[in-house]
Design a protein around this ligand. Structure first.
Ligand code: FS2
Ligand code: SF4
Length: 551
């Protein structure tokens, strides 16, 4: 295997035996084969589009498959074997329609003709990341694929809420085709690939805005909300990941059952939505970001539902209580997590989880306080006058975007220390699970404006963009680069790659990224990012405080 898609990659260069995330080598190779198959499906579908016989379900199918390959989503080899077969079957239907049933010509690329049995013999070296020999082409191609994984994750959430975009699906198709080796349709040169990365970022802004509209359309605009971090006396169900539709169904089905529902990790911002506030059975947020789950899930005592990433290979002590849904999955020699599949109409039956909860003791208390969320764009912009006055009066000197992901490496203590060291006239704008590094610190407020404004999940970085663009208008400056606003973002997985590309596509300069640079960025590609956007890596708190805040 070879995988270098996330921040945790081995030695900062690539996982080669098994993943640091717990992904087995054989599952990594299956993921490579699936991506290879998806490229062939995209190739045939693009041909089909020209002839009017493309697969109308291409977008949602590919998004689900790509989402499953994102870090910490699916560790189940059987899932990928099935998806590979389904992808090739779909590809063949479109290919046959393109050729009116005749076999493809000799010019057809291997991705368009390879059979399941042939593909299952291919090694990572033959079809995976390292099969692209040129280091810069590999870097640009893989960054694009990771951007597509981010688009797919957000696109799936939007799709589940009934929001679709043919532009997004066509971009996914075009981008996958661009990565096919020696494509008969031609391959973009390096400038063309950089242009595709920028387009990927623009599509990222679009999909995040669609998801924002879908979420707020279904559940209302988040309002600032204090969320309990303590526990009650009832048995509980813990729901983690990002899928709000699953939360809605779970709350409906547990209403009046005597079971309390708690959020974990990236589900915390759900408490800010007016729709969810009407449920008395939604009682609080339990624990912290994803990587604490091994200890926190054990202490929760009741069932846990993982709606998306980040899943950590479970301990046997709670594997029996851990359920997956959507494209999340886990199987190893010792355990196969139970999976709740959707019915044809999208509904889900959580009764097995609810019955189990009734037999479980209540959660063990981890802490007993509150945490704030709900500062998405509508809430922040509703007090824009107050914010602008505070800036004009010099009470707020800088906004610091500290969005992104959390991770288990010690270097990430930097983010807590950086937040603590920030001067009192700065406000942190955050989204994503990075916030758990500082959202429980008592950083106070500036004239009633809290110093940590949590816009929501990682996709709600869109809210931060909206806020920044509106502030730029209010201050009469041309771009967000002219605002008293700096970016010190933390990344971990491929949604963060997409958010990063989205910021670049909006022309945001001087982004500081950490705790390491992505391994997939080659020195020459980094050089382009530095020269065009002045991107840099974080260093130590003192130096970064000087260059970002006090100078
Ligand atoms: Fe956190 Fe993990 Fe949100 Fe990422 S829960 S790092 O995949 O998606 O942000
Ligand atoms: Fe390694 Fe990250 Fe890939 Fe897992 S997702 S195999 S940790 S690079």
């Amino acid at each position: 295997m070879f995988c270098y898609q996330c921040e945790e990659t081995m030695n900062g260069t690539g996982c080669t035996m098994n993943g640091m995330c717990g992904k087995k080598g054989e599952v990594a190779v299956l993921q490579d084969r699936l991506i290879y198959a998806l490229k062939g499906y995209a190739f045939c579908n693009s041909r089909g589009r020209q002839k009017g016989c493309n697969d109308s379900d291409f977008g949602p199918f590919v998004m689900e498959a790509l989402f499953a390959t994102l870090t910490n989503v699916n560790f189940d080899g059987a899932y990928f074997e099935k998806k590979i077969q389904e992808t090739l079957d779909r590809r063949d239907v479109v290919r046959n329609a393109v050729h009116d049933g005749a076999p493809p010509g000799p010019q057809a690329p291997n991705v368009a003709t390879i059979t399941y049995d042939e593909l299952m013999t291919k090694t990572a070296d033959e079809i995976g990341v390292l099969s692209t020999a040129d280091i810069d082409t590999r870097s640009l191609r893989e960054t694009l694929i990771y951007g597509l994984k981010g688009i797919s994750a957000y696109g799936m959430h939007a799709h589940i809420l009934g929001s679709e975009s043919e532009d997004v699906y066509q971009f996914i198709e075009k981008a996958l085709v661009s990565t096919i080796d020696a494509s008969p349709l031609g391959n973009p040169d390096k400038d063309g690939m950089i242009a595709l990365l920028m387009e990927c970022g623009s599509i990222g802004v679009k999909i995040m805005s669609m998801l924002d509209a879908a979420n707020t359309g279904a559940y209302g605009s988040p309002v600032p909300t204090q969320v309990s971090t303590g526990v009650g006396k009832n048995p509980g169900i813990l729901i983690s990941g990002h899928d709000l539709k699953d939360l809605e169904m779970l709350l409906e089905q547990t209403k009046g059952s005597g079971i309390d529902v708690y959020t974990h990790g990236e589900m915390l911002p759900a408490h800010g939505y007016p729709f969810f506030q009407k449920y008395e059975n939604l009682v609080g947020n339990y624990g912290n970001s994803w990587w604490h789950q091994k200890s926190e899930f054990e202490k929760f005592n009741g069932p846990i539902l993982m709606t998306t990433n980040c899943l950590v290979p479970p301990k046997e002590t709670y594997a029996e209580r851990l359920f997956t849904t959507n494209m999340v999955g886990y199987a190893d020699d010792k355990s196969q997590l139970k999976h709740i599949a959707a019915n044809a109409d999208g509904s889900k039956d959580f009764s097995e989880i609810i019955e189990l909860a009734k037999k479980c003791p209540p959660p063990e208390e981890l802490e007993n306080g509150t945490v704030m969320t709900g500062f998405a764009h509508a809430a922040v912009l509703s007090v824009a006058d107050k914010v602008i006055d505070a800036v004009k009066a010099g009470d707020i000197k800088k906004f610091v975007v500290m969005a992104g992901c959390d991770g288990r490496r010690k270097e990430r203590e930097y983010y807590t220390e950086f937040a603590e060291a920030l001067p009192h006239d700065t406000v942190i704008l955050t989204a994503g699970c990075a916030k758990y590094r500082y959202n429980k610190l008592d950083l106070g407020d500036i004239g009633g404006i809290p110093r940590v404004l949590d816009a929501g999940q990682c996709n709600d970085c869109y809210s931060l963009v909206v806020i920044a663009l509106e502030l730029a208008k209010a201050f009469g400056v041309e771009t967000v680069n002219d605002l008293p606003l700096v970016f010190n973002i933390a990344w971990y997985e491929q949604k963060a790659t997409l958010v990063f590309l989205s910021l670049l596509s909006l022309g945001v300069q001087n982004i500081v990224i950490g705790p390491t640079l992505p391994a997939c960025i080659s020195p020459d590609v980094l050089d382009v990012l530095v020269k065009t956007f002045n991107v840099s890596k974080n260093t130590d708190v003192e130096s970064d405080m000087k260059r970002l805040i006090t100078l």
